[in-house]
Ligand binder design. Structure first.
Ligand code: FAD
Length: 482
C-alpha cells in the first residue's frame, strides 16, 4: 500500500528543497537583504536558514541593557519602522533620538518574519538549522532538532549573511587565563551578580566596555571603584552628529562637510585626524593619548564626561592572565586588588571582513558598501541584484567597504564609500530608491527639505561638492605613510 507523503501529493520529508535564493543567516544583514529582495523581485522565492531559534543573530546573545549605537530611525528592515521615533528625555542620551533596546530589535525582526516574510508565501524559514556545503558543492541544510539533512537546489544564488561574524562576550570566552577563585564574568552576567564588590575591573575598550563602565556608574558604583583595562584607545563618533529630524539637518550636514573638507584639504593623514578632532567629528577619551583604534563607535558628550571620571585606566596592552595577586598584561604587570569582580568585554565585536567581492559567481556575500551601515548595505545589495545586469557592473557599484580597525581605515572607508556613491548616482532607479529608503541615513537626515528651501539646498550642494573633492583626494592621502 502506498503511504508515502509523495503519494498524497506532498514531497517526502527528505526530498530536495528548491529555491531561487538560499539565505544563510537570519541576523540583521540577512533580514534586511530578504526584506528588500521581496520588494524588488515580486516573484523570487527565498529559503532562509539559521542555526538559532529565531531571527536577530547576535542580538540573541547581547547583554540585557544593550541598545543600538545609532538612532533606531535607520536600523531594521526597510519596509517598516523600528519602534517609536522619539527622543530620550532621561539619562546620558537625553535630548537625542532613541536607540532601540536589544529586546525591541529582536521583536522587530520576529515581527518582520511572522507578519511579512512568511505570509508572503515566498519565504520558507528553517530555524535551528545549519547550512553545510558538500565537498561536491551541493548545498545541505541540517536541522538541529529533527536531524534531517536535506539538499537544496538553488536556482539563482546562495546568499551568505554570515560574513560579519560579530563576536559577543557571552558566546566568546576570554582569551586570557583566569586563576581559580578569581571572579570573572561575561558582561551579560553583570545584572545577576548576587552581591556588591569592593572593586570592578572592566576588561575591554570597545563599545561593550564603554557600556559596562556606564552601567556601573549609573548604578551607583563610584568611579574610584572602577579599573578599566584599555588595550587600545579609540577614536569615537559624537552621536549628536547622527540624528534624524529636520531640526538636526544643519548639524548633520555641517558634520559631513567637515569630514569631506578634512579629506580634501588636510595635507597628511595625521592632519586629517587633527582637523576631525578640532571640528568635533571625532572624539577621544583622553586628549593626551593618541588613539590606535577606530570601530565606528558612538558616544554622547555626557557619556564621555562620565567615562572620564574613571581615572584608573590601564594602558599596558591586552590582558594575558588574572592571578589572585597579579594581573599580567602585554607590557607589564599590576598588583590585583582584593574583592574585585572582573567583567569581560573583550570579544572582538564585528571582525575585519574577508576580502571577497559582493557578487561572487553563484554567491552573494553580504558585506558593507557604505561606512558603518551594514543593514543599509544589505538592502542596497538586494536592489542591485534585482535591477543591475551582470556581476561586473554590480560589483562596480558595490565595492566592499572594510570594517574599520585602525584610524587609517576611516579614510579607506570613505574612499570606497565615495566611489560607490558616485556610481549609485549614475543609476536612475537606484537614485530614486536611495531617496526613499528608510535605511539610508543621508535621506532620513534630509527628509522634509522642500524644493524652495534655498539655504538647506545650498548646504546639500556644498556637501556634495566637498564629497567630490574628497573622492579625488583620497588616493594621494592613502599613498602617504600614516
Ligand atoms: C552591540 C552591537 C550594537 C550594534 N549597533 C548597531 C547600530 O546601532 N547600527 C548599525 O547599523 N549596526 C549596529 N551593529 C551592527 C549590526 O547590528 C550587526 O551586528 C551586523 O550587521 C552583523 O549582523 P549580521 O546579520 O551580519 O551577523 P549575525 O548577527 O552574526 O547573524 C548571522 C547569523 O548567521 C547564523 N549562521 C552563521 N553560520 C551559519 C550556518 N553555517 N548555518 C546556519 N546559520 C548560520 C548565525 O546563527 C547568526 O544568527 C551593532 C552590533 C553590535 C554587536
Amino acid at each position: 500500500m502506498e503511504t508515502s507523503q509523495a503519494a498524497r501529493g506532498r514531497a517526502p520529508a527528505d526530498a530536495p528543497l528548491e529555491t531561487d535564493y538560499l539565505v544563510v543567516g537570519a541576523g540583521a544583514m540577512g533580514m534586511a537583504f530578504v526584506d528588500s529582495l521581496l520588494s524588488e523581485q515580486p516573484e523570487a522565492q527565498v529559503l532562509m536558514v539559521d542555526r538559532q531559534h529565531r531571527p536577530g543573530g547576535h542580538w540573541n546573545h547581547a547583554y540585557p541593557w544593550v541598545r543600538l549605537h545609532q538612532p533606531s530611525a535607520w536600523y531594521g528592515v526597510a519596509s517598516r519602522e523600528l519602534g517609536s521615533v522619539d527622543k530620550d528625555t532621561l539619562g546620558l542620551n537625553a535630548g537625542l533620538y532613541r536607540m532601540a533596546t536589544g529586546t525591541e530589535v529582536l521583536t522587530h525582526f520576529e515581527q518582520v518574519m511572522q507578519q511579512r516574510f512568511l505570509p508572503s508565501g515566498r519565504v520558507r524559514w528553517l530555524p535551528m538549522t545549519d547550512y553545510q556545503r558538500g565537498a561536491d558543492g551541493t548545498h545541505r541544510v541540517v536541522s538541529h532538532v529533527g536531524s534531517q539533512a536535506r539538499t537544496v537546489r538553488v536556482r539563482r544564488r546562495l546568499v551568505d549573511a554570515t560574513q560579519l561574524r560579530p563576536e559577543v562576550p557571552s558566546t566568546h570566552p576570554p582569551r586570557y587565563a583566569r586563576s581559580p577563585g578569581v571572579s570573572c564574568i561575561p558582561v551579560n552576567e553583570l545584572v545577576s551578580t548576587p552581591r556588591a564588590y569592593a572593586r570592578y575591573t572592566v576588561v575591554g575598550s570597545g563599545k561593550t566596555g564603554i557600556d559596562a563602565c556606564l552601567w556601573l556608574l549609573e548604578h551607583g558604583v563610584a568611579p574610584a571603584q572602577i579599573r578599566w583595562i584599555m588595550p587600545r584607545d579609540a577614536w569615537m563618533l559624537d552621536r549628536a552628529n547622527y540624528q534624524p529630524g529636520l531640526e538636526n539637518f544643519e548639524r548633520n550636514m555641517t558634520h559631513l562637510a567637515d569630514q569631506f573638507g578634512a579629506i580634501a584639504e588636510a595635507g597628511t593623514p595625521a592632519a586629517v585626524f587633527a582637523r576631525l578632532e578640532a571640528t568635533g567629528a571625532l572624539l577621544r577619551l583622553d586628549p593626551t593619548v593618541e588613539p590606535t583604534m577606530y570601530r565606528c563607535c558612538t558616544v554622547t558628550q555626557d557619556e564621555l564626561t562620565a567615562l572620564r571620571t574613571i581615572t584608573d585606566v590601564v594602558r599596558l596592552g591586552r590582558l594575558r592572565a588574572i592571578e589572585p595577586t597579579r594581573l599580567e598584561l602585554d607590557r607589564g604587570s599590576l598588583p590585583a586588588v582584593a574583592d574585585t569582580l572582573y567583567i569581560d568585554c573583550s570579544a572582538a565585536g564585528i571582525k575585519p571582513m574577508p576580502r571577497l567581492p559582493v557578487f561572487d559567481g553563484e554567491r552573494i556575500n553580504l558585506l558593507l558598501v557604505r561606512v558603518c551601515q551594514p543593514l543599509f548595505s544589505a538592502a542596497l545589495i538586494a536592489y542591485v541584484e534585482s535591477h543591475v545586469d551582470g556581476d561586473a557592473a554590480r560589483n562596480a557599484m558595490c565595492a566592499a567597504v572594510p570594517i574599520p580597525e585602525v584610524p587609517r581605515d576611516w579614510i579607506v572607508m570613505w574612499a570606497l564609500t565615495l566611489a560607490n556613491t558616485a556610481q549609485w548616482a549614475q543609476h536612475e532607479g537606484l537614485s530614486a530608491w536611495l531617496r526613499n529608503c528608510r535605511l539610508n541615513s543621508n535621506a532620513v537626515m534630509a527628509r522634509g527639505v522642500t524644493p524652495d528651501d534655498q539655504p538647506r539646498l545650498a548646504l546639500l550642494a556644498q556637501v556634495s561638492a566637498l564629497a567630490q573633492q574628497a573622492g579625488a583626494r583620497v588616493p594621494a592621502l592613502l599613498a602617504m605613510p600614516s
